[in-house]
Each structure stands twice: as structure tokens, then as C-alpha cells.
Write a protein that binds this ligand. Sequence first.
Ligand SMILES: Cc1ncc(C[n+]2csc(CCOP(=O)(O)OP(=O)(O)O)c2C)c(N)n1
Ligand SMILES: [Mg+2]
Length: 211
Amino acid sequence: MSPLIADRVTYEIAKFADPDAIIVNEAGSVAMHSFDFNPIGGRELFYYYGSHLGSGVGTAAGVKLARPNQQVICLVGDGSFIFGPTALWNMARLELPVIVVVYNNHAYSGPHSRVVANVPSGRMVQTGQFVHDYLGNPDMNMADIARGFGVAGEVVESPAQLREALARARAHTVDGKPYLLDVQVARRGVGWAEKPWVPPIRLAAIRQKRV
Ligand SMILES: Cc1ncc(C[n+]2csc(CCOP(=O)(O)OP(=O)(O)O)c2C)c(N)n1
Ligand SMILES: [Mg+2]
């Protein structure tokens, strides 16, 4: 089934994670269920979110440096990820075996839902034309971005592939290397069309010189 439901992704990762894994969370609108966190010897949650996007990947690198003997899994939204993927390069360079999972719904879904909730009679809601929330068309390939920083990874489109990809991620980390999963997840909430509107700004129609 593609795209996946975000909750299914979380469930599969919770099944996969080590009993003392550290979860670094910058997946803002994803519910952190199923992990059964217990900082006294069990799984730990490192959570910093809300004000400045882009901290997740760098935080995960730092947590791995501080706790080299625990599995570190970074959960991050696609919008948050693109604000700060740079620490992937540090993971590659310093050989920090972190698993990064991008919940890629091709959207700033949280702000979208807040606009709909807070300005229900607003023009964007009336027209269904949300100027700033959709990150698809063209879709960003986070595995390609990771490759650019020297980190291996893959795009994941089904629960079966997710389980296989997590096994590959584990193999990479056992080998001392980071790994990134770009998991295609469904946009949730009100006001999302299957193919959301994009602003019709095209230079081709107005430019006079082919430069
Ligand atoms: C530097 C910065 N710019 C903009 C914002 C506003 N903002 C808060 S959440 C968010 C979208 C996050 O998108 P994503 O990580 O894909 O999560 P989703 O809501 O789609 O689950 C934005 C743009 C912010 N918090 N920080
Ligand atoms: Mg998103």
C-alpha cells in the first residue's frame, strides 16, 4: 500500500527498535505511540520541537556521539528535514551509525492543519488553494539528498519494504554507518486534495530572453 499511514510507520519502527534505543523526534505532527518509553533502562525519547525546524538530524548525531552504545533512530518530517540535513555529512565523515527516518508526506502538514482550524473562513480554505503547504511536484527525494552527503539510503513505499529497509538500516549501523529511509506517507487532515494546488507562477510565459 502506498503511501503508508504515518502511524503504521511508527508502529513498525517501534517493533524494530532495540529495547534501549534512543528516539530523537522531529516529526512534529506524528504521534509517538508504541515505543513504551522508559528512561530507566528502557527506550528513551529525545524530543525538541516547536520553534526552530532543522534540529533533528544534528541532534541525533550529537546523541550518538554521547551514547555510542545505544541504537539511535532519528524520526523527522520532510519539511523539518530539509531545514537541516547537513549533519548527515558529519554522520558519514565521523561514521556515526544513526538511522534517520523521514516521514515524507510532501507537505508542511502541521501549519496546513492550523490554517484550516484557525482561519476556517479564510480565502485559502474557501478556494482550496494553499500557497505554502505543499512540498510535492516535483517531489523531493530524501535518499538522493542523503547520498549527496555520503549517506546511503532508500525510498520506502510499502510496509513490506519498510521492514526490509529497516533490516538494511540495521546492517549499515552494525557496520558503523548511518542509513536514511525516505518513507512515503499519506497527508492527513482536512483540506488536502490528492493533487494539491501549486501557485501558477511560470517564468516561461513572461520571459523575453532565453537566458
Ligand atoms: C525555521 C522554521 N521555519 C518555519 C517554521 C514553521 N513550521 C512549523 S512546523 C512546519 C512544518 C513541518 O513540516 P514537516 O516536518 O514535514 O511535518 P508535518 O507537519 O508535515 O508532519 C513549519 C514550516 C519553524 N517552526 N521553524
Ligand atoms: Mg511533512
